[in-house]
Design a protein around this ligand. Sequence first.
Ligand code: GDP
Ligand code: IMO
Ligand code: MG
Length: 430
Amino acid sequence: MPAIVLVGAQWGDEGKGKVTDLLGSSVDYCVRYQGGNNAGHTVVVDGESYAVHLLPSGVITPGCVPVIGNGVVVDPAVLLDEIAMLEARGVSTERLLISANAHLIAPYHATIDKVTERFLGKNQIGTTGRGIGPTYADKVNRVGVRVQDLFDPGILRQKVEGALDQKNHLLLKVYNRRAITVNEIVDGFLRYADALRPKVADTSAVLNTALDDNKVVLLEGAQATMLDVDHGTYPFVTSSNPTAGGACIGSGVGPTRIDRVVGVLKAYTTRVGAGPFPTELHDADGQHLRKVGGEYGVTTGRPRRCGWFDAVIAKYSTRINGFTDYFLTKLDVLSGFERVPICVAYDVDGVRHDEMPMTQTDFHHARPIFEYLDGWWEDISGCRSFEDLPKAAQAYVKRLEELIGAPVAGVGVGPGRDEVIAIRELVPAA
Ligand code: GDP
Ligand code: IMO
Ligand code: MG
């Protein structure tokens, strides 16, 4: 049975949590494969809103097994808090599985994340300050600490010593901060070991066996294509691979087992943090999108930068991820504009670019070339079929579909689980 990958097609916050939840009842396993608690995924069920940062959104769905894959970076304190928060609200986390190979975020990672940003000054990335970049840097630098190390205190101490060796020089001599002791880190980590032990597993083995047994596995991306460390707007990116290829690496499920790759796409564009954003609005229209769309970060509370839909980015995202389908969210937020612009190409220093420019310098210079479609005024949150939508909204979706290079399988018309228009099944019938 199929593995399905779900990936954000823009700069994050497209509504991945909502789409994961929609698929939830047809899915047996829901897996996070990269990122950490920099994510904030919202699921709204019966008017109750849940924000998950580290757990897969499928944790909300009864019967679905939530899995934290090897590619995720785990802050154990945050994980246990999130588990406690959900349990207190009656959501069971009993079935949660955590990869033994996932890397741990230590307090020194968050410290380094924050001081590095401060030192970057006006060139800062605008990270979430959760220690994500420094943890992945340690992983690649082979001085990371993994979940499995919690169960071998001798090895844990050895690894923390290795990790702190250079960092303390950096903290003391470059950043003028106090040194961190091995004991405080090891003792801190060991406090979580007992609580986590029953949930730790060889998750790649579990997922591949599940696929052999005809179970449906959903690999839920965090962040998004344009925040991908390889394919995004580097250096204004996160430090992992949210794109579809990252799903294989971060879960231990091979590419031949993946049947569908679903892009989650907002009907306009938002971005949190620094970096280029060609269709960004600095006027009343941008404020309107932020207000009506509730565009404030789920993790940091920062106002999201807002702009019109960018088809160049969506087309690029289709190429990088090999999307088989799109789910278009927040179409309801676009009600009430006289006309709705779509960016179809860029002007880069007088030259038209129909595709993503090759260099970052050109992308920084990109000015949007818009096509203008008629707007609509109706509240569309009650629409449940494509034909229910006003003609102008139908035309908008159809035009996007032509431009982005993959079919739109569903449209979101509100935050709630039932506020959707289903066009095509995303999970093939068993
Ligand atoms: P994620 O990080 O991709 O999961 O997205 P976030 O949860 O950070 O942000 C998406 C926001 O939009 C959340 O507040 C959702 O409840 C909300 N949302 C999702 N889909 C829709 C939709 O179709 N219409 C409206 N109005 N809100 C939506
Ligand atoms: P979800 O999963 C939007 C952004 C940060 C910053 C950059 C690097 O909810 O879509 P990091 O802390 O990862 O090193 O920050 O990436 N960023 C996100 N933006 N949605 C997210 O997650 C994000 N996770 C990280 O704002 O610009
Ligand atoms: Mg989010």
